[in-house]
Design a protein around this ligand. Structure first.
Ligand SMILES: [Zn+2]
Length: 283
């Protein structure tokens, strides 16, 4: 075996410096969920969701699957292949693939999920949304900056053009992009939160944002948010909002291992795990 081959444990060490597990919410389930830390790794696959389809893709050549969402969040009493969770575990173990998750710890990390979303949209002068004190672990390459980011467009543009920009920046989904507000209203300052960030509308407005780009907008929350704050909510698919993070995390894993004299090839799954597949605009 080449001495330069990485192990699952080497990959975990790099990922945990980038996304310290201590930054995860108490309800979250991050870290190594499947696999042997001693096992060698030459190829790593990154995906938002550990679905059966993604596990099958990982089993086709990777030795480590890194996902944003955990496989199990609630108490699990078995991994029989009668349910999707069990099928994922069995598929991975049979193929010798480990599973690692960085979830809410990657949401608050800078660079993290919302930084990748802000970069994809083309924002500049990006900073924290939540003005809490930045937390750095000694010499860690990452800082904890809380949920969401706020930044600026290079030039102000009307909301409809801004929505088209968001649509181009993210992978295609059936639901596309929808927004509250008027097509012609000007967008200059933009708050973003990958995943379900609707509760940040107040913080976004307090940070001077004209729009909040996030996912999973719910009727009452969005109605209340736009009633309380003069802000437009731009709603995208949850999967799409977190997808830009995958390439960022893959690059950081490769770079972190390189500094340790290890090499892996990291790639991003192209499987769309957004569950919505059909969208027929009503008349
Ligand atoms: Zn999410």
């Amino acid at each position: 075996m080449s001495t330069r081959l990485a192990t699952v444990g080497d990959c975990v060490a790099v990922l945990e410096r980038a996304y310290p597990p201590a930054w995860a919410q108490s309800w979250d389930a991050v870290g190594l969920a499947v696999g042997d830390p001693e096992a060698p790794v030459s190829a790593v696959l990154f995906a938002v969701d550990p679905t059966v389809e993604v596990a099958v893709e990982a089993a086709g050549g990777a030795q480590l699957l890194v996902t944003h969402h955990p496989l199990f969040l609630r108490g699990t009493h078995g991994v029989a292949e009668t349910g999707p969770g069990g099928r994922v575990v069995a598929t991975l173990i049979r193929a010798g693939v480990a599973l690692y998750t960085a979830h809410t710890n990657a949401d608050v990390a800078d660079p993290g999920v919302s930084d990748a979303l802000a970069a994809a949209i083309g924002l500049c002068r990006v900073g924290p949304l939540d003005q809490g004190p930045a937390q750095a672990e000694n010499s860690a390459p990452t800082v904890c900056r809380g949920l969401g980011r706020v930044g600026e467009l290079p030039e102000p543009e009307p909301l409809d053009r801004f929505c088209a920009r968001v649509a181009r920046a993210l992978p295609a989904t059936a639901g596309g992009v929808r927004a509250t507000g008027a097509a012609a209203q000007l967008v200059r300052r933009v708050a973003v939160c990958g995943g379900s960030g609707g509760e940040l509308a107040g913080a976004a407005r307090a940070a001077g944002a004209d729009v909040l780009v996030t996912a999973d907008g719910r009727h009452h929350h969005v109605l209340d948010a736009v009633g309380e704050h003069p802000i437009a909510v731009v709603d995208v698919a949850h999967w799409a909002s977190e997808w830009p993070w995958l390439a960022q995390a893959a690059a950081r894993l490769e770079a972190g291992l390189r500094t340790r004299g290890r090499t892996v090839s990291a790639s991003v799954s192209a499987i769309v795990t957004d569950p919505w597949r059909l969208h027929i605009p009503s008349r």
